[in-house]
Each structure stands twice: as C-alpha cells, then as structure tokens.
Design a protein around this ligand. Structure first.
Ligand SMILES: Nc1ncnc2c1ncn2[C@@H]1O[C@H](COP(=O)(O)OP(=O)(O)OP(=O)(O)O)[C@@H](O)[C@H]1O
Ligand SMILES: [Mg+2]
Length: 292
C-alpha cells in the first residue's frame, strides 16, 4: 500500500481525499488480486440491524455535531473559516437534505460528516465514535464500513467494469471473493444494472454510472449514505430514478441519507431540509418525506 504523509489543509484537500478513497480501494484490490488470498469479512456485531425509516424523533443519534468550525490555512495570515459553528443532529433512518447557495459550505460540511476532512474545532460524534479522538487509520475504517459516498461526478474507477467497481469497497473490507461477487451482482440488480455489469464506465450513460455508484456506496452495507448533488449532472427524468433509489434505500433498508441538492423539489421530498448560508445553518424545516 502506498504511504500517505500527513496532509496539510489546502485548497485541493477535499478533492484529493475523495481520490484517496478510490486509490485506497484500488491499491487494496491490486494487492489482494496478486496474493489471491481473501479473508472473509468479520461480522460487525455492533450493527443494530435495519430499523424502520420513520424513527425521525426517537431513533438513535448517528450524527452529532456541536459548534463545528472548519478553517483552512490554519495559522497563516490568509486563514479561511468556512464553517462557523454547525450544530447538527441526525437520527438513524432519517433522510435529510442540505440546501444553500454555491459556496455556502455544503460540500465542506459533507466532507466533515464523512470523515474525508477533519473539523478544526467543536464536537463531532459519528455512530458513537468521537471523531476528534479518532486516528487517521480509524477514519479510513469508518469511511469504509459506515459511510457510502455518492458524488455528482460518479467517481467510478475508469479502467474496470461496473461489477468490479461495486466489488472494490468489499476488497477493502476483506470480503471473500465469492461473497463479494454475489453481493455486487445483487446490488447491481437492485439498481437495475445487472445486464450492464461487464461494461466499463465510459460505456455507460450518466444515470447508469450513478446507479453503479450507488450500488458501490452500498457495498459494505453502510449506516449512512452521503450524496453530494447526485442528480446535479443528470436530466430531471434520470434524476427522478436516482431519487427513487434513495427513497427505497431509506424506506426499505432504514439507511440514513444526507442529500446535498440544488433542487428545491428534491429537497422537499426528504424528511427535513437544512439551509446553509455562509457556513451556518440558518433554517430547518420539515419536508414531505415522500417522492412526488
Ligand atoms: N480546501 C479548501 N481550502 C480553502 N477554501 C475552501 C476549501 N474547500 C472549500 N473552500 C471554500 O469554502 C467555501 C465553501 O465551499 P463548498 O465547496 O463547501 O461550497 P458548496 O456549498 O458545496 O458550493 P457548491 O454548491 O458550489 O458545490 C467556498 O468559499 C470555498 O472556496
Ligand atoms: Mg458543493
């Protein structure tokens, strides 16, 4: 595995971290393919199992942030504070939307929630883990096991098939070869992509790529799905299909979903809508929680 030095906060950092997720799993994939040895995944006994989706008020708290501040270029004269004190509580099984103008800090907040980026100050507990105390290697394990990321630009590994893309996170979690392939096929079936599983990403449409990316996000059965403008690059009919998949994952599997969107209509379909402005949550209201 490639060694990663301690990274400084810089303009490129979040993008680089997103790439690192892919590099991590690709490196592991290559290592494991070479060795041809696979250890079956250890069952996570702390997994409370799937919960009904309507536990919005009474469910277990899965994301808890108090006064989260995120600064870049710390200590330099041109220090930038992007998040100015975010308080956020999300319960297991919630489907929430984060909206706000470009530059308001939505992706920065998502990167902090998803352990792609460390907060500078405040308190953050993710599924019982104190994220200020967690070491770097704990953070990658958390990203691998607890969180499924979906990005606007899909971020699929270009040189491998849809099936292998979905398998990659399971290599990282040491899932055995047979179990990995079986689960990847099931997940591709869930997003109705089983007939394209041998295709390379560049042979797929945007909507198809995003369906593969969602299947990949689900690979290690994460508790939380973080989706940063997942329909941003798609036409509205295709965006609708993607949104319906998120509703199903939330309703049928109790997945906690945090969706960043520029679409007021899509935000309205979630259970709760938070509005971010200049690095602060300035509004919170209930949504219908149902697809239109
Ligand atoms: N690594 C970084 N270093 C310095 N400033 C950053 C960094 N990442 C983001 N910013 C700044 O933080 C602010 C919020 O950026 P962010 O990407 O979170 O906005 P956003 O709400 O996701 O916008 P959009 O809707 O355009 O995606 C911006 O002013 C941006 O320039
Ligand atoms: Mg953004």
């Amino acid at each position: 595995m490639r060694k990663k030095g301690k990274e400084k906060d810089s303009i490129k950092e979040p993008e680089r971290k997103r790439e690192l997720i892919i590099e991590d799993i690709t490196d592991t994939a290559e290592d494991l393919e070479e060795q041809e040895t696979f250890t079956p995944m250890t069952p996570d006994t702390s997994d409370p199992g799937h919960l009904p989706a309507d536990l919005t008020e009474s469910g277990r708290v899965i994301i808890h942030m108090e006064n989260i501040i995120k600064r870049y270029f710390i200590g330099k004269p041109n220090e930038i504070e992007v998040l100015h004190g975010i308080d956020l509580t999300v319960r297991e099984g919630e489907f929430i939307a984060i909206v706000g103008q470009s530059g308001s800090g939505k992706s920065t907040l998502m990167n902090v929630i998803g352990a792609l980026d460390r907060p500078t100050e405040g308190r953050y507990t993710l599924d019982g883990v104190d994220m200020f105390k967690a070491k770097d290697r704990d953070l990658s394990a958390i990203r691998c096991r607890k969180i499924g990321f979906v990005f606007q630009t899909y971020n699929l590994v270009a040189r491998t098939t849809a099936l292998k893309n979905v398998e990659l996170p399971m290599l990282y979690s040491n899932t055995g070869r047979l179990a990995r392939t079986r689960r990847a096929k099931d997940l591709l079936k869930m997003v109705e992509m089983e007939d394209r599983m041998k295709h390379m990403p560049d042979e797929l449409s945007g909507g198809q790529k995003q369906r593969v990316a969602i299947a990949r996000a689900m690979a290690n059965d994460p508790a939380i799905i973080l989706a940063d403008e997942p329909t941003g690059a798609l036409d509205s009919a295709t965006g609708r299909l993607i949104m319906d998949i998120f509703h199903r994952l939330n309703r049928e599997q109790g997945k906690t979903i945090v969706l960043i969107t520029h679409s007021p209509e899509l935000a309205e379909e979630t259970g709760r809508i938070l509005t971010l402005k200049d690095g602060l949550i300035i509004g919170e209201r209930k949504g219908s929680g149902k697809p239109v």
